[in-house]
Write a protein that binds this ligand. Structure first.
Ligand code: FAD
Ligand code: NAP
Length: 337
């Protein structure tokens, strides 16, 4: 049975550590609890926000309506087909714990996605990705409560419209689906994905085992990214901009060191962190907010910062990158409400 908590403190439930209060916080331990929470909100005509670990959200000081947290955790093996296994994972499961436990069981494929904060239920929302692997590469389907039809539905990978840090859930119909569990296809034999130089530099040999890659990903991320428990942040604050090849060629003439990678045909992806660094922001601090000194793509809250401060700083960064390179940056985390 659900027990709505009124005026609930969310300060510890968002990784920026912003002071925030929810009108109602409801924890759902079962699918029935999710339905009951939706009825609770509908009867009072309240909006609903699903909250995982709060590591890709910027919460305002007051969040009206219902904040719903799914607390079901765990995973189960549903099928073993040839060299592959299918697993179902509950939405409330911690993502990184899933990665380490699957590697330990010999179910491979998630190593490059280690140490990403947050929950399994949020992973499809922005099709989480790191070091050349995205959730969509291991994804089969998910079960979600569709608020429009009031039923639990199954969505396949193609129905989820996964794209670079994007999906159906993030930009096509945000808020419509409450993801309850996901099905992944992992492999019993390890095939390393070693496209990223930052990762291969940390590895001793050319054909590493899964646990070596897992350890390298964790070590690299620990050395470069701030721990949200110590320094509030939401990871990369801006998406990497994707620009037409012609624009890239002109920029490259002006900035031969420009960091860029091939994207869809006719387009190049620029490293947003490099642009921000070159515009002089790395290590900059303004009041309680700042730009992390080891990775310019991460904005940090030194404590006591507000969403307003964050908007001011991020807009200054966007304006200066645009003035220098003619490239627009878009924030990656969702501002709510
Ligand atoms: P939240 O922030 O709670 O929610 C994010 C969005 O998903 C919200 O819109 C929310 O409403 C929605 N949502 C959450 N759960 C559900 C659900 N069950 N059903 C429907 N909607 C839901 N991201 C990457 O892609 N790659 C990285 O390498 C990476 N590194 C990071 C490193 C750091 C230090 C930090 C702080 C963040 C990083 N992130 C990264 C961003 C973030 O961790 C991921 O996007 C993660 O998946 C968010 O999970 P969460 O549970 O915290 O989601
Ligand atoms: P990095 O290795 O220093 O690389 C800088 C940028 O260059 C990254 O944004 C990455 O793009 C791109 N890149 C590097 N090598 C590439 C290659 N071989 N092919 C295509 N693109 C390449 O990046 P980092 O900041 O330390 O992060 C490492 C990984 O973790 C990245 O994949 C990054 O996306 C992920 N990460 C994400 C977040 C987040 O909040 N979203 C936070 C921290 C780290 P991509 O970003 O497209 O991979």
């Amino acid at each position: 049975m659900i027990q709505p908590i009124e005026n609930a403190d969310l300060s510890r439930l968002n990784s920026f550590g912003f002071e925030s209060e929810a009108q109602f916080l409801i924890k759902a331990a079962t699918d029935q609890d999710v339905c009951d929470a939706m009825n609770f909100a509908a009867q009072r005509d309240l909006p609903v926000l699903v909250l995982g670990g709060g590591s890709n959200l910027v919460l305002h000081s007051y969040v009206p309506g219902v904040v719903l947290q799914l607390s079901q955790t765990g995973y189960s093996l549903v099928a073993q087909e040839n060299d592959n296994c299918l697993i179902d994972v509950e939405a409330g499961q911690n993502w990184h714990q899933l990665v380490t436990e699957t590697v330990a069981r010999g179910w491979y494929g998630l190593e490059n996605l280690a140490f990403i904060p947050g929950t399994v239920g949020a992973a499809p929302v922005q099709n989480i990705g790191a070091y050349g692997v995205e959730l969509k590469d291991r994804f089969v389907s998910l079960r979600a409560f569709d608020r429009e039809v009031g039923q639990v539905v199954t969505l396949t990978a193609s129905q989820c419209h996964f794209a670079y840090r994007d999906s159906l859930f993030k930009s096509i119909c945000p808020g419509r689906y409450i993801i309850l569990r996901i099905r992944l296809k992992l492999s019993n034999s390890y095939k390393p994905v070693l496209a990223y130089g930052a990762l291969t530099q940390c590895l001793q040999n050319e054909a590493p085992e899964a646990d070596e890659v897992l350890a390298a990903v964790i070590a690299t991320r620990q050395s470069k990214l701030p721990d949200p428990v110590e320094l509030g942040n939401a990871g990369s604050f801006f998406e990497n901009p994707v620009i037409p090849v012609d624009q890239y060629k002109k920029l490259r003439m002006q900035y031969p060191q420009l960091v860029a990678f091939k994207d869809k045909p006719g387009f190049m992806k620029l490293a947003a962190g490099w642009l921000i660094d070159q515009a002089g922001w790395k290590g900059y601090r303004e009041g309680n907010l700042g730009v992390y000194a080891k990775q310019a793509l991460v904005l940090v809250n030194y404590g006591g910062g507000t969403v307003k401060d964050l908007r001011v700083l991020s807009e200054k960064i966007q304006a200066s990158v645009y003035a220098k390179f003619g490239v627009s940056l878009s924030p990656e985390p969702r501002f709510y409400p």
